[in-house]
Design a protein around this ligand. Structure first.
Ligand SMILES: Cc1cc2nc3c(=O)[nH]c(=O)nc-3n(C[C@H](O)[C@H](O)[C@H](O)COP(=O)(O)OP(=O)(O)OC[C@H]3O[C@@H](n4cnc5c(N)ncnc54)[C@H](O)[C@@H]3O)c2cc1C
Length: 331
């Protein structure tokens, strides 16, 4: 019997990484996307090894970070373009309490391994700062657009819409928040986020800056991405005046007041259990790859590889990624 021809629904980070994995294995597939919206299209592509107010290393980062960087480097070779930009991450603390917490966490070996330097008295009215290594930025838009053009040139991409109820067995749903909002995995914690693209000539472009509840990511030529808001009630992709003001405040704190806003966008992060993705088959039919949360650039390549191993060679993913375990716990 010939191998199944897979349909991948969604050409965000999840679907695109899975498509590359199937292509590498010479497995037939078509990737379908409605061509508008989605979280990946607005994402800044930031990868930060130690994140959040709690200053915690990202889940399984030591495993997933090298795998994602190696993957993006391979795709750069195939597409002949630059996608992964390593950059130090400057984590800034506003208050004495925040700085004490960061310093305390910094003593733990799993955090210390990412720290290049601690600055006790940084300029700009910050209480303290830590420079983290290993992070960087994926040019997400270029990765998606150039990949789509490549798949299109091979006749493997179709712009189309699929019903949210479709559960055909050879379908892999990588439909992000749209899938989760349709009830695909039951309860979810999807969060809308708003982001600004800025021009600010003269700002420091050598580092990603994280602090004041947001981040500022240099994207070249005096431009930056600044973000982001978290909103759990109104889960649409429409930018708001309130979101714009919030992100502009973050940008002012992290970069300065002298910037021009080039774009203001919004998306919905597909969150199930923080930023820990899930993969596997649904009992009613299709397969799922979802839940990348706020960290799609970090997890999509490694999780896509594990899913391709499962789809093609029958090698099941480890239990922490397997959505069947999650559904048992959640039900
Ligand atoms: C403001 C903001 C900033 C972010 N910044 C970062 C960041 O700096 N770093 C980071 O790692 N992550 C970031 N994220 C998170 C990141 O965007 C997500 O983790 C990731 O993009 C999720 O990818 P996905 O492929 O699962 O979903 P999506 O990107 O949403 O892709 C799903 C795709 O499926 C398509 N689709 C859905 N339903 C259908 C249908 N019925 N028919 C046809 N097509 C369909 C959609 O159009 C979409 O293209 C950010 C998110 C937001 C909102």
């Amino acid at each position: 019997m010939p191998p199944p021809a897979w349909t991948i629904l969604g050409q965000g980070l999840a679907g695109t990484c899975l498509a590359w994995q199937l292509l590498e294995r010479n497995v037939p597939f078509t990737i379908i996307d409605r061509g508008i919206g989605g979280s990946s299209r607005v994402a800044a592509g930031l990868v930060n090894p130690v994140t959040g107010r709690q200053f915690e290393p990202s889940w399984r980062i030591a495993e997933f970070l090298p795998e994602s960087v190696a993957f993006y480097r391979d795709i750069e070779q195939i597409l002949g373009t630059s996608l992964w930009h390593p950059l130090p991450v400057l984590r800034l603390a506003q208050t004495g309490d925040e700085w004490r917490k960061i310093r305390h966490k910094a003593e733990q070996p799993e955090v210390a391994r990412w720290i290049d330097e601690a600055l006790a008295d940084p300029p700009g009215g910050w209480t303290g700062a830590i420079v983290l290594g290993g992070g960087g930025r994926l040019d997400t838009r270029a990765f998606l657009d150039r990949s789509r053009a490549h798949f299109e040139s091979l006749g493997l991409y179709r712009q189309d819409e699929i019903s949210p109820d479709d559960t055909n067995r050879e379908l892999v749903r990588c439909d992000g928040a749209a899938g989760l909002l349709s009830g695909q995995l039951g309860a979810h914690r999807c969060a809308k986020g708003e982001i600004l693209t800025l021009r600010a000539t003269g700002w420091d472009e050598s580092m990603i800056r994280v602090g004041a509840g947001g981040w500022l990511v240099p994207i070249g030529n005096g431009c930056f991405k600044a973000g982001s808001t978290y909103e759990w009630q109104t889960l649409d992709e429409s930018p708001t005046a309130e979101g714009r003001a919030k992100v502009a405040t973050i940008a002012t704190r992290l970069g300065g007041a002298d910037f021009e806003i080039l774009a203001h966008e919004a998306g919905v992060r597909p969150i199930v259990r923080r930023s820990q993705p899930l993969i596997g088959p649904l009992p009613e039919g299709c397969w799922i790859f979802n839940g990348l949360g706020s960290k799609g650039s970090l997890y999509a390549p490694g999780v896509a590889r594990r899913l391709a191993d499962w789809l093609v060679d029958g090698i099941e993913a480890d239990p922490s990624l397997d959505l069947r375990n999650f559904r048992m716990i959640a039900s």
